[in-house]
Every structure is written in structure tokens, then in C-alpha cells.
Design a binder for this molecule. Structure first.
Ligand code: ATP
Ligand code: MG
Length: 447
């Protein structure tokens, strides 16, 4: 196994000071499966203060309570954590106290899954007391020890397990799968921020749709709003799937980005509550985007998502069902309302939504191709779609005697006219129009 030089140097420095040190966890798993690790974690027999002494000013005491010291290296920060045994678990959460140990095997035994419980260093090679390598080859996810007990100790492992399945393509070993389902209520005791972190690593995964399909009740513990979608028949010809299956097909058809995946997961969450059946026996979901939007907002707040992320998702949810006419004017207006980045996202969401419908309706993709081509053309022409590009600025209006909020208002009005194609984006024309409007308003006021 080839380690980067900066990692080798940290291991060597610890060994030179008489300690043991191993690469552990995700990095060993990733390297053995041919992936590039996100970060390199080291477990060491050295106590935190001993690690601090080895690295001097290079070391930062970032998590002393849990035995973690961060070593700054030319290749980036490396976390060195003292071998430990976790203390007693309470309320299905990570323990408050930890006990340090001098045994790497005890440290490996506290880890969640066998594929995450391997250690490697250049001197000792692979240390794998739990058969992680064999499981890795089978792509099997198995708890270290008794799965019931492990999920009871720390319910976050339930979501971590599903995250590894979705993102890395592991299959849950049957005993692990059963215990994961059976202990899902423990997630109620887990802090929203920790759930959020795992869930948004799960959602972009290649197999996220399969994992959502397999374990809706687990996600229903923190997002019960998802559950009415499962099996909810749509009763109209656009759809060959129930709401949940439609959602999962659409989710699989959108790129693995958290905003896009989350938007698609929630775009129809308001459908069950909006359902009506007409005399002909056809189902309708009038107003469902607004209902979805309100639910999505509540759900994302519950997970304490960043406000920027939440606002983007709920706006796209609200827009997902709007038709984007294939005209310059409509595209300009959408650009104005959403901005370039979100309009591009909206097109991807609409494509996915359509691909989750009955194949007879997949022809919509061509309409979206056209909308996209129009968008590209407008952007390439450097079309005026924001105040930044408007040919007059606030200063021009001040010079004409406008002041206060009237300036912003006048600029917005001019931009609206330019975007509608009523005026060219030229200074002279804009100022002339403004003066005309003001004169007309003045007359009205005078009468
Ligand atoms: P990633 O590639 O996303 O970093 P990872 O497996 O490295 O995945 P981390 O959260 O960085 O995940 O955790 C590092 C290691 O710590 C894991 O591989 C595992 O051995 C151990 N670990 C992390 N969280 C838990 C937990 N809740 N219970 C038991 N062991 C855990
Ligand atoms: Mg990691």
C-alpha cells in the first residue's frame, strides 16, 4: 500500500519517539478498494500530550477530549488519535468519556463496520482482526461484533451504514440490515447536525435511490413527511409509478449533487396532501408545489440545514412544475428570478422529473433541450439579465434628480422592460424612457 510522504513522515516521527502508529479507518478501506482517500487518519499508542510533544509547534490540540491531535504537514492536516475504548453509551449516542488504551486491536474493536476496522502501516502491513478485507472484496457491510448492540450504542451508525451503501455501493449483510431496521428509533436521540452530515453524504451516492427504496422507515424517523409518498397511487396517465417510486426514479436521473438530489427527493412531498379525484376518476395534485415547498422548508429546518442551502432547495421545489416557455422573454424572466446557476439546476430537476414519468412523456426532454439552447444563446449574447448589466446605473438617476428608494425602483422597472424586450439595453433609450415616465407621473400628480 503506497502512502503519501507526509503521512509516512507522521508515522515515522511517532515510531522514532517509541510509539506505535497506524493508518486506520476510511483511508485503509479506500486505498484497498482503489479509491483516493479524502483524509488520512492515524491511530497511535501515544497519549495526546505525547503526540503534542513529538510534533511541537506543528501540532494542534483539536480534540483532546477524544484523544485527537491535528498535525500540520506540507501535505495537509493529519489527525492523530490515541488508541481508545469508548466509555459507556447513553441514549444511543457517542459516549462523553473515552478511555485510552495501548492496544490497536482494542481501538479497532470500537469501530463501526469491519471494512472501517482495518489498520495499516509500512512495518506491520495490514492489521485486520475483523475480516474487513474479505468483506471489502465482497462489498459487504457488516458490523464489528453484535449489530444490535452496535446500533444501540450509537444510532448514527444506522445512517452511516446506509451512507456507505449509497455512496460506496456496499450491500448490507443480512444480520446488519435487520439490526439497522430494528434499531431505527434510536435515531431520535441523535443531534440533527450529525444526521444532516451523514444524510447529505448519502444523498449524492450512486445508489441513493436504492437505499431510499429499501429503508424508507429509517428516513421516516427524522423525516416522517416522506412516508405518505410510499405507495401513493397517482391515478393519471402521466405517471406509471406511485409518488415514491416516481421520486426515486427521478432522483436516480439527476446528477449526484446535494442540492439537486434533495430538491428531487422533496419536489412531490406535498402530493399526498394535495390529491383530488375528479368525476372521471382521474387524480390531480393542484397546488402541490406550494405544499411541497412548505413541507420541505420544515424538513430542512428540522435538520438544521444552512439557510442558503434550504432557500435554494425550496425555491427549486416551488418552481419544479412551472412550464418554461421556449421564448427569449420567458427565459430572461426565469433568469432574472432564479439567476443562472439555479435556472440550470431547475432544468436538470425538470429533466429528471420528466424521466420519472411514464415513458410516453419523455418527449418533454426536447422542450428542455430547446430551453437550454435558448439560455446558452442569451448568455453568450451577454444579454442583460441583471442590474449589473443594465446600461444605466444608480448614479445616472441621481443626476436626473431621483433619490432614495426611487432610484432602486426606477432601475428595476427599466430592467424589467429590457428583459421583456420593450426597450433596448442602451443608455440613451433608457434615460429617455425614464424621463417620459416621470413626466407622465408628474402630470398625473398635478391633476
Ligand atoms: P469518509 O470517507 O467519509 O471520511 P470514514 O469511514 O473515514 O469515511 P469518518 O467519519 O471519517 O468516516 O470516521 C473515521 C473512522 O472512524 C471510520 O472509518 C470508523 O472506523 C470510525 N468511526 C467513525 N464514526 C464512528 C461511529 N459512529 N462508530 C464507530 N466508529 C466510527
Ligand atoms: Mg474519514
Amino acid at each position: 500500500m503506497e502512502l503519501p510522504n507526509h503521512v509516512k513522515r507522521v508515522l515515522a516521527a511517532l515510531e522514532a519517539a517509541g510509539h506505535e502508529a497506524w493508518c486506520v479507518g476510511g483511508c485503509v478501506r479506500d486505498v484497498l478498494s482503489g479509491r483516493k482517500p479524502e483524509d488520512w487518519d492515524i491511530a497511535a499508542s501515544a497519549l495526546p500530550e505525547e503526540t503534542l510533544a513529538v510534533f511541537g509547534s506543528q501540532a494542534l490540540p483539536t480534540g483532546l477530549k477524544h484523544g485527537t491531535v491535528t498535525v500540520k504537514t506540507e501535505g495537509g492536516p493529519v489527525e492523530v488519535t490515541t488508541y481508545r475504548i469508548d466509555g459507556a453509551y447513553q441514549d444511543h449516542r457517542r459516549p462523553e468519556s473515552v478511555t485510552f488504551t495501548r492496544s490497536i486491536d482494542q481501538d479497532l474493536a470500537r469501530r463501526d463496520f469491519t471494512v472501517n476496522a482495518m489498520a495499516w502501516n509500512p512495518r506491520g502491513g495490514l492489521r485486520d482482526p475483523w475480516g474487513g478485507r474479505a468483506d471489502l472484496e465482497k462489498k459487504a457491510l457488516r458490523c464489528v461484533g453484535d449489530p444490535d448492540q452496535r446500533f444501540q450504542e450509537d444510532a448514527l451508525r444506522i445512517l452511516r451504514g446506509l451512507r456507505f451503501a449509497a455512496a460506496l455501493g456496499f450491500s448490507l449483510e443480512p444480520g446488519t440490515a435487520e439490526a439497522l431496521q430494528g434499531n431505527r428509533e434510536g435515531l431520535r436521540d441523535i443531534a440533527a447536525e450529525r444526521i444532516q452530515a451523514e444524510f447529505f453524504k448519502l444523498l449524492p451516492g450512486k445508489r441513493a435511490a436504492e437505499v431510499l427504496r429499501g429503508y424508507p422507515e429509517v428516513f421516516g424517523v427524522f423525516w416522517p413527511e416522506l412516508l405518505p409518498m410510499v405507495g401513493f397511487g397517482q391515478r393519471n396517465r402521466h405517471h406509471c409509478y406511485d409518488v415514491w417510486e416516481h421520486t426515486l426514479h427521478a432522483l436516480a436521473a439527476v446528477p449526484g449533487d446535494p442540492v439537486l438530489r434533495c430538491t428531487v427527493l422533496l419536489h412531490d412531498v406535498g402530493k399526498p396532501a394535495s390529491f383530488t379525484l375528479d368525476e372521471a376518476g382521474v387524480g390531480h395534485f393542484y397546488g402541490h408545489p406550494a405544499v411541497s415547498r412548505a413541507l420541505a422548508d420544515k424538513m430542512l429546518r428540522r435538520l438544521k440545514c444552512a439557510s442558503g442551502f434550504r432557500e435554494t432547495v425550496v425555491r427549486l421545489v416551488e418552481w419544479h412544475d412551472k412550464d418554461i416557455p421556449r421564448t427569449d422573454r420567458a427565459i430572461r424572466r426565469a433568469l432574472r428570478a432564479l439567476g443562472e446557476e439555479d435556472l440550470r439546476r431547475l432544468i436538470l430537476v425538470k429533466r429528471a422529473d420528466n424521466l420519472g414519468q411514464a415513458p410516453a412523456y419523455w418527449g418533454r426532454q426536447e422542450e428542455l433541450d430547446k430551453a437550454e439552447a435558448l439560455l446558452e444563446r442569451l448568455l453568450a449574447e451577454d444579454a442583460c439579465v441583471s442590474l449589473k448589466r443594465l446600461a444605466v446605473k444608480g448614479g445616472d438617476l441621481l443626476a436626473l434628480g431621483l433619490s432614495g428608494p426611487a432610484v432602486g425602483q426606477a432601475l428595476e422597472e427599466l430592467l424589467g422592460k429590457v428583459m421583456d424586450g420593450a426597450l433596448p439595453n442602451e443608455r440613451e433609450a433608457l434615460l429617455e424612457d425614464l424621463q417620459k415616465t416621470r413626466a407622465a407621473e408628474g402630470k398625473e400628480e398635478g391633476t
